[in-house]
Design a protein around this ligand. Sequence first.
Ligand SMILES: [Zn+2]
Length: 117
Amino acid sequence: MSRKHVPLRTCVECQQVRPKRELVRVVRSPQGEIDVDEKGKAAGRGAYLCRSRGCWERALARERLDHALKTKLTAEDRERLLHYGRQLDDTPAVATSSAQPKGGSRKEHEASATLEG
Ligand SMILES: [Zn+2]
């Protein structure tokens, strides 16, 4: 049984754990430059955020990235990251995976009436 290992990462804003490729990495390079690292391979300290506009806006507003990257983002950095975040959808893009249960076993949970007395 060989199972592919899926690296998981946590969004620094909403704390949701997701497969690494569903998140966007923000990196602080060894030179101290902040950048969006879409390939997730740049050297430096990284922090992950959902591909969700809301997470980017909140993370920047609450200085979550500053903490995660142990640095102080400049106004320019913020501007750039916010700009990146705003082109994303507001809701995290959930890839329609094949991880759906095979049809047929539809369990209907009927609200069982509480019998009292
Ligand atoms: Zn998030």
